[in-house]
Design a protein around this ligand. Structure first.
Ligand code: HEM
Length: 131
């Protein structure tokens, strides 16, 4: 049996993980779904920690709201919006194909997910940075 030591291709196989250009669209859809899932989960915990400031009184919460109005935080919120919209729409695509619906069009659905995510994120971005 070939092991990492005996297989002459083991090293090149490892680096293929980082070769973005030979990936099929389905692989991109999966990788982006996992990335957005991890991001949303981390955000959920950060959100809960931040909500704790409510227990410190109105002044503490108002101070926090002032802080998150800075462009860095607004950009971070936009990233959450992008991740949330993508993950939700791609989740529907995964659910549909899991039920055997639209399987031949799963690549087209992925492209539609990307386009809708881009349009929705653009609208959100304009609104968030101009409001
Ligand atoms: C509109 C709402 C959502 C929908 C429709 C949705 C749908 C899905 C689906 C279908 C999967 C499985 C993907 C696969 O098997 O390839 C998944 C994975 C996952 N989702 Fe969601 N999701 C939603 C919201 C969220 C939110 C809000 C979070 C976190 C706070 C989250 C966290 C995760 C995690 C951690 C995974 C596992 C990812 C992985 O194993 O790669 N999801 N979601």
């Amino acid at each position: 049996m070939a092991t990492a030591q005996t297989d002459p291709h083991a090293r090149s196989n490892f680096w293929k993980w980082f070769d973005a250009f030979r990936r099929a669209p389905g692989m991109w859809a999966y990788a982006l779904n996992r990335l957005s899932a991890i991001g949303l989960t981390v955000y959920l915990f950060m959100h809960l920690i931040v909500l704790r400031t409510l227990t410190e009184g109105p002044q503490a919460y108002d101070d926090f709201v002032t802080l998150v109005k800075s462009p860095v935080f607004v950009f971070g919120e936009l990233v959450v919006v992008i991740g949330g919209v993508y993950h939700g729409l791609n989740g529907l695509r995964v659910a549909l194909t899991a039920f055997g619906i639209g399987v031949p069009y799963q690549k087209h659905m992925f492209y539609a997910v990307l386009i809708i995510t881009a349009v929705v994120s653009l609208v959100f971005g304009i609104h968030m940075f101009t409001a």
